[in-house]
Design a protein around this ligand. Structure first.
Ligand code: ACM
Length: 620
């Protein structure tokens, strides 16, 4: 049944910037359609659907009810009314319908002036239909302030959508810096908004053990706490050279999740179609483990949790049976807690120097007839895989688990490049492509002199966006072994939430689109206007993000007449305005046309603009 609305339906020109429509004598803002990830197909119709407090959402099972209630929270956060949830099929404007022909996670979304229909085969698809619907609201809808508007409009359209890859991940390192339960939930919200469905939880490393294990209480009594010498300043690079713990230092920085916390997070993730992959990093990256239980470490291991930087004598001892007892007990608790298929065992960057010196490790090499320490690592990983498979689960590791021979059923996360992923896929193993160069959010997103001192090296937004995760020469069988991709956020210099979001956005938009949208539907120039819409939403939510891709790069070249300046930015087709007298540029100052010459002593300041709106920061 259609509902009469006092609405003037102006023509909604697709691509028009901000259109205003009137209802109840108020202006209704309609945002340009800026969906990320880009759906498989999108047809824009004319007209709008208007949400006001008369709108009814029909729910017919507990999954729909829970999705509807989560949707209502957005209305409740910005005003004094919400649409209503009803159970009577005659009277609703927003409905969920079941279409069992659609694969899991696929959905169709129809918005007309009369109503909204979200079709899917079940909860995952309905959830993604709601996420897309949310992205159709104007940025203000996500404001941190109470706006109390009487109505909100979304444009009429038809979308059919399904993911390109089943594994769409985000990894958070909670060892180097501690992020609490509420922050983890906020990460899960970010993920669900971008249709990401695998949360890889890096729970242990040299700098902290973060999961309660009942059989080994010292893991959290000792392993979860370290010295934090420096009050972090993002203008100072200080992680790698940090001093180790000194006598008298108090190890009071850290935290851990209890089993109850983890159960709560698992439920929260389930509502967002997210599986969690716990990572217990071994045999390397284990200084926190060794500090708690030195008996499973190698000779001369330090008795404290790492403070920062790179730690060398930080490995499990693969020569001792005690080590395998520890691994079995710990993994059995972890497997009992997480109701999913996969356990991640790390396996990366294992420093084998200490194995050369350790008598137990050397004895193992002799007894097992192993060639060298590489094969000892493989021996370790294969025994760990047996424990995991015996627990009914599958093992994942970083690509180093290929060294010395891959465990028979392992899934490989290719991070040092694509090579490990290629070898693993060619030998029939499932692969997650996450090469550092395109997927590491701890890399800087612009030139050193324009970025805060977080992370190292560089991974630009455009590099993340243009990454093709199926290598070009792959056969269709090999391609089928690539189950997806993920963004990884290592937190050596990420001490707080604002730094976390700064490194995450906007690059997570690019990675999410790689994971969800088929390659042929992706285009860098066309991504930018959609990104602008998303950034307006982050602005409304007061989320910190990087503008590096829009900042003007100023290149200098000495020429006989002075210095020639060339202005560029990563995003194409922007206007650059500049000044030469130290004042801030705007659209009334010089507009850049082509390289120009300045004299020594002139001070250039430049900024990018699109449609007269400034973007990014002023550079000089
Ligand atoms: C890694 O970055 N060590 C997986």
């Amino acid at each position: 049944m259609s509902r009469f609305k006092l609405i003037l339906l102006g023509t909604l020109l697709s691509g028009a910037l901000w259109s205003c429509h009137q209802t109840h004598n108020i202006d209704l803002e309609v945002a340009p359609i800026s969906l990320i990830p880009q759906p498989l197909s999108l047809m824009v119709d004319s007209g709008l659907f208007v949400f006001d407090q008369e709108v009814r959402i029909l729910v017919q099972d507990s999954a729909q009810e829970q999705l509807a209630n989560n949707f209502l929270k957005y209305f409740a956060a910005i005003g004094s009314w919400t649409p209503q949830v009803v159970k009577d099929p005659q009277t609703a404007e927003l409905i969920f319908t079941t279409n069992s022909d659609l694969p899991n996670e696929a959905y169709a979304l129809d918005v007309t002036p009369d109503g909204i229909n979200i079709q899917a085969s079940g909860k995952a698809g309905w959830l993604y239909g709601i996420q897309t619907l949310l992205q159709l609201f104007p940025a203000d809808f996500f404001s941190k302030s109470v706006l109390n508007r009487p109505a909100w409009a979304v444009p009429a359209l038809h979308i059919e959508d399904a993911p390109a890859f089943p594994w769409r991940g985000f990894m958070l390192d909670v060892s180097r810096h501690w992020f609490n339960k509420e922050e983890v939930k906020a990460v899960l919200d970010i993920m669900a908004g971008l249709k990401l469905n695998r949360f890889h939880w890096h729970l242990t490393d040299d700098q902290g053990w973060r999961i309660e294990i009942e059989d080994y209480p010292k893991l959290t009594e000792i392993g979860a706490w370290r010295v934090d010498h420096i009050n972090y300043d993002e203008n100072i690079s200080n992680w790698w050279g940090r001093a180790v713990q000194q006598p008298g230092d108090v190890a009071d920085y850290g935290g851990f999740y209890t089993k109850k916390d983890i159960q709560e997070i698992i439920l929260y993730a389930k509502d967002r179609n997210i599986e969690i992959i716990p990572e217990i990093d071994m045999p390397g990256h284990a200084q926190a483990t060794i500090a708690a239980y030195p008996e499973i470490g190698c000779v001369n291991a330090a008795p404290y949790v790492a403070t920062g930087g790179v730690f060398k004598n930080n490995t499990y001892n693969p020569g001792k049976e005690l080590t395998f007892e520890f691994v079995k007990d710990v993994l059995e608790e972890v497997m009992a807690l997480f109701p999913y298929d996969y356990i991640h065992i790390g396996g990366d960057e294992c420093n084998k120097e200490q194995w050369k010196l350790d008598p137990h490790a050397q004895q193992r090499i002799r007894e097992e007839g192993l060639k060298d320490e590489q094969e000892l690592q493989s021996y370790f990983v294969k025994r760990v895989e047996e424990i995991i498979n015996a627990g009914g689960k599958k093992m994942i590791g970083w690509d180093e688990i290929l060294e010395g021979g891959l465990a028979p059923n392992a899934t490989v996360m290719s991070w040092r490049g694509e090579e490990g992923g290629i070898i693993a896929a060619e030998s029939g193993h499932d692969v997650i492509m996450t090469p550092a160069k395109y997927c590491y959010l701890d890399l800087k997103q612009g030139p050193d002199d324009q970025e805060p001192n977080l992370g190292y090296s560089r991974m630009l937004l455009s590099e993340a966006y243009n990454y093709q995760l199926i290598p070009e020469n792959f056969s269709s069988e090999q391609a089928a072994k690539v189950i997806g991709t993920q963004a990884n956020l290592w937190t050596e210099s990420i001490t707080d939430w604002g730094k976390l979001t700064y490194m995450t956005f906007p690059r997570l938009f690019a990675i999410a689109e790689n994971a969800w949208t088929p390659e042929e539907r992706q285009d860098w120039d066309e991504f930018f206007p959609r990104l602008q819409g998303q950034l307006k939403r982050l602005d409304a939510m007061e989320v910190r993000y990087a503008t590096s891709a829009f900042d003007v790069n100023i290149q200098h070249k000495g020429v006989p007449e002075g210095i020639e300046l060339t202005l560029t930015s990563e995003v194409n087709h922007l206007d650059y305005y500049y000044t030469l007298d130290g004042t801030d540029p705007d659209t009334t100052t010089f507009k850049y046309q082509s390289p120009f010459v300045v004299r020594e002593g002139m001070e250039i300041k430049a900024q990018a603009f699109k449609d007269k709106e400034s973007l990014g920061k002023i550079t000089h």
